[in-house]
Design a protein around this ligand. Sequence first.
Ligand code: ATP
Length: 216
Amino acid sequence: MRPIGIFGGTFDPIHYGHLRSAFEMLQALRFEEVRFMPCGDPPHRGATFADAELRFRMVDVAIAGQDGFVIDDRELRRNGPSYSIDTLIQLRGEFPDRSLGLILGMDAFLGLHRWRRWDEILEYAHIVVAHRPGWKAPDIGPLGELLSENGTHRVDDLHTTTHGRIHIHAVTQLEISSTEIRDLVAAGRDPRFLMPDAVRNVIEESGIYMRDAHEQ
Ligand code: ATP
């Protein structure tokens, strides 16, 4: 059975950097599906700009029609902070024999050691890291160690075991970030071609980021 990819994020808003990375992983790593999982109350950062419902809607319209892309709203429905470890424990309960792959951009991977019970994540899932422009894989410290002990270049390892390996995967480098998009919209500019038109329409119709980004 092919692995399930889990792609968490604030998606505030979702953009082509997220979508293209997820798509390339879906294909190259032969995932059964990639689950986009917008987080509720992110513990490591301030409040989100768009609320849970709007972020859900943006992800939902962004992935519409793409085979293998699904949205999972469990973190949005959970009260209190979203911790990936809780989500992974829950998913492992639902899919006891499945390979699970937690998808992270390199920037997110470099902050992994600040996550709650980070050193238990590999007991529940693999970690699949997407290269992001300007970020280098760690070679020292706790993450350097984690990587040297569990890293693998072989995609097959993600299929023959259910958890426990780290795979770094080069994806097309699209230097797009949600922060830049919010700033751009706040400055009255058009985010066209940085995201699907359907997401841009939600931004336009809701007026999100115009007002909010100025107030922060
Ligand atoms: P922000 O600018 O608000 O920090 P972001 O663009 O980094 O947002 P997130 O929702 O925080 O988006 O990211 C979710 C996941 O997607 C993270 O693992 C992040 O590393 C990854 N990611 C974000 N942008 C890209 C990109 N351009 N290419 C590859 N991965 C990305």
